[in-house]
Design a protein around this ligand. Sequence first.
Ligand SMILES: [Zn+2]
Length: 110
Amino acid sequence: MSLFYSALLNFEEMDILLAALIYTIATLIITYLAWKKRISWKKAFLLSLLLTPFAGAIYYSNTHILYTYKEARYKCQRCGFYFTTENEYCPHCAKDGVKVPLIKTYATMT
Ligand SMILES: [Zn+2]
């Protein structure tokens, strides 16, 4: 009798373990998919972990990324010109004989 109960208990433990395993795998899959989609994988991970992987899946399918990236620009404060290449001084102003250090800024590109 006690053997039967312990076997039953083991099955229940197995079920919980299996459910936890599936839960974890589903969470990881959604996190990975979100990462591949370049949306916030941290958000997908937390949603999946805290609110079941279904929430993560909903977040994944409803979030569309606007492909933006930051591009470095080097601005001259004297002539207001932006350069895409890094120079120690503004080449335009250097022709005028003025050495103007360029300031690095970031432009959001779509
Ligand atoms: Zn300049």
